[in-house]
Design a binder for this molecule. Structure first.
Ligand code: URA
Length: 285
């Protein structure tokens, strides 16, 4: 009887010890150093999925830290020292970069120009040489331009079905009347390469008779200039001031800043849908 009790105590102590080791491996930290983030944040920081997606993946028991399954999205981990795996596959930092650039005027949105005009890459630091613009802005248009090497996301953003809203500030040479703005609001026909398109802006906000904001959710070639031209006016200055909830804010022409994928996705109202093993992961609204 005494032997039975001793064995039970020993087993209990052994279990406690192993549990303690597990906890130490998948440890909860209280101090916050630069590499210390919650497990949920780590998955998004590493570019694996969005934070909300991470919560589900973690709670469903797909994620291990140093070999121990963690189901707590708020678990503190060390991004550098700890090994995070999803369904047994190590999560490594996303090689993708996302840059928000305030393109100045008189700069073209291509890698090289046969006419020797200044390109965006001559304004941006050399480390961004491998990033591609997401869509383009005309030489004479200033404003927000995204750059990335994440081709899947770039294609999703530029896909007309994504309907991501872009806001342009338009200054015209001529003062416009109420009637002009009404025509624009109702939608207008523009001609591109011999084909007619009927385009309806999402919103027109008048600032002064010769300055207004137009929100569009498509990106036809020189669309805003063509719309202004179609009402018989001419653009003096065109600036893209917002893409989704990303704003120029206090940025100056030539300024740029890197974005976390999670923050970019949130700003454009998109999600990264994770499916087991990451095999069918995709971006969607
Ligand atoms: N519409 C235009 O006309 N030009 C741009 O660069 C972007 C939108």
């Amino acid at each position: 009887m005494a032997l039975f009790a001793e064995t039970e105590i020993l087993t209990f102590l052994f279990n406690q010890f192993f549990e303690y080791l597990s906890i130490m491996k998948c440890r909860r930290r209280t101090s916050i150093a630069p590499n210390h983030v919650t497990l949920q944040r780590a998955l998004s920081k590493l570019g694996f999925c969005s934070r909300s997606q991470a919560t589900v993946v973690i709670q469903e028991g797909h994620v291990s830290v140093n070999g121990v399954i963690c189901t707590n999205p708020q678990q503190w981990i060390d991004l550098v020292a700890d090994t995070i795996k999803v369904d047994g596959a190590k999560v490594v930092r996303s090689p993708y970069r996302y840059v928000l650039f305030y393109k100045p005027v008189n700069i073209i949105t291509t890698a090289s120009d046969e006419h020797g005009r200044k390109t965006i890459y001559e304004v941006l630091p050399p480390e961004y040489r491998n990033l591609r613009p997401v869509g383009r802005l005309d030489k004479d248009t200033a404003g927000l331009l995204l750059l990335t090497n994440d081709t899947q996301l770039a294609e999703t953003i530029t896909n007309p079905d994504s309907h991501i809203e872009k806001v342009y500030e338009v200054e015209t040479y001529e003062p416009l009347t109420r009637k002009h703005f009404q025509i624009l609001r109702n939608g207008i026909e523009i001609r591109i390469d011999g084909k007619n398109y009927y385009v309806v802006p999402r919103k027109i906000s008048v600032i002064t008779p010769s300055k207004f904001l137009v929100t569009i959710d498509e990106g036809k070639n020189r669309q805003v200039r063509r719309m202004v031209h179609a009402i018989g006016a001419t653009v003096k200055m065109l600036t893209r001031i917002a893409i989704g909830s990303l704003q120029l804010g206090a940025m100056n022409p030539g300024d740029y800043r890197e974005l976390l994928r999670d923050d970019l996705l949130k700003a454009i109202g998109m999600n990264y849908i994770y499916s087991s093993g990451g095999m069918c992961a995709k971006y969607c609204k």
